[in-house]
Design a protein around this ligand. Structure first.
Ligand SMILES: [Zn+2]
Length: 65
C-alpha cells in the first residue's frame, strides 16, 4: 500500500534564498492568496515568480513599489 501526500496538505512556506514566503507553484501561491482574501480584508494580492529563487512570492499591488 502506497501513501501519497495529499495535495490538500497544509501549504507550508519554505525558506528560500530570499527571506520572503515562497511557494513552489503558482497554484500554491494562488491558494494562499485565496485563503488570505477570505480571512481578512487586504489589498489586492498577486503572485509573481521570483527570478532569484525561482519560486513564487506574494505581493500586494498598490501602485508603486
Ligand atoms: Zn525569491
Amino acid at each position: 500500500m502506497k501513501y501519497r501526500l495529499s495535495k490538500k496538505e497544509k501549504i507550508e512556506p519554505i525558506a528560500p534564498v530570499c527571506r520572503k514566503e515562497a511557494y513552489f507553484t503558482f497554484e500554491d501561491a494562488q491558494a494562499m492568496i485565496k485563503q488570505i482574501e477570505e480571512t481578512r480584508v487586504t489589498r489586492k494580492i498577486r503572485a509573481y515568480q521570483c527570478n532569484i529563487c525561482g519560486l513564487w512570492h506574494l505581493t500586494s499591488s498598490q501602485g508603486k513599489q
